[in-house]
Ligand binder design. Structure first.
Ligand code: SF4
Length: 283
């Protein structure tokens, strides 16, 4: 059985950068706390925690030393609190998220109501909302958007949402506009990385007879990648570890494709590829 990797898979540049920054801090300056998991992968988090990166959900749990903001970013009040308390900041906010935060801040300051296409409870969206300083709201459903949002409305997106979905959302919101609305600005703040993984798995499915998606079941982006893989019609197996692979899945398979979510480390993908190569499959 041949094993083929998708052209784009695994850690996105933002997560790769965040993990590298935390690793560099651990190596050079010692332990630190991370405000939330630095990456949605239990194995990476365990490994970093073994080396001194403690995950905390709230700044109140950090009394001294260094604290890392994850690639999802955080609101201005978090940065202010870190400074006020004299903690050392390791800011791993992804530059693409930073751009979206900057847009949220500037639009709100210019007097727009900022509507974010995203999940309200997601850490990135909570940060974006905070940058609007009370002039924003977030939803995925145009029906949830209140009819009257003032004269100036700006729309941006959670970075990991699809471009097409975002523009459909914009069109639906504009269609339901209130008579008082005079100006609408829409800024595509989606990240191209997520889409690149979807394209690559669709392309891989044209050659592979089965697909393996590697990554945490709690990672939204890996679950979505598995959905995209399944939608190609190829048998798709979403696994977290190489040990989950079953030889009978591949008995009739001559070529298997492998991809991984944006929070899956390379080492895990290498283990999966090695194990698949040991399995017979079809000649
Ligand atoms: S998916 Fe995009 S925006 Fe999110 S961390 Fe990765 S590179 Fe940054």
């Amino acid at each position: 059985m041949r094993v083929e990797l998708a052209e784009v898979y695994g850690f996105c540049p933002g997560v790769r950068r965040a993990v590298a920054m935390v690793e560099a801090h651990l190596r050079e300056r010692g332990p630190l706390a991370t405000l939330g998991a630095i990456v949605h992968n239990a194995q990476v988090v365990e490994e970093l925690s073994r080396r001194g990166a403690r995950v905390v959900e709230d700044l109140a749990a950090v009394w001294e030393g260094a604290v890392a903001i994850t690639a999802h970013g955080a609101g201005p009040e978090v940065f202010e609190e870190i400074q006020r308390r004299g903690l050392l900041l390791v800011d791993t906010t992804c530059p693409i998220v930073r751009r979206a935060q900057e847009a949220a801040r500037a639009l709100a300051e210019a007097g727009f109501c900022v509507l974010i296409y995203g999940e309200e409870a997601h850490p990135e969206v909570r940060g974006l909302l905070a940058w609007t300083r009370g002039r924003g709201l977030a939803t995925l459903d145009p029906a949830d958007v209140p009819p009257a949002l003032g004269e100036r409305l700006a729309l941006i997106s959670q970075t990991t949402k699809g471009r097409e979905e975002f523009w459909r959302f914009v069109a639906a919101v504009v269609e339901r506009r209130s008579p008082e609305l005079q100006e609408v600005r829409a800024l595509d703040t989606t990240c191209p990385e997520t889409g690149r993984r979807y394209l690559a798995v669709r392309e891989l499915a044209q050659r592979a007879e089965a697909l393996v998606v590697v990554g945490s079941r709690t990672s939204a982006n890996t679950r979505k990648l598995a959905e995209v893989a399944r939608a190609t019609g190829r048998p798709t197996f979403h696994i977290e570890r190489a040990e989950e692979l079953q030889p009978e899945w591949f008995r009739e398979v001559r070529r298997v494709g492998v991809t991984a979510g944006a929070s899956t480390p390379d080492a895990l993908v290498r283990e999966v590829v090695a194990r698949l190569e040991q399995m017979g499959g079809a000649p």
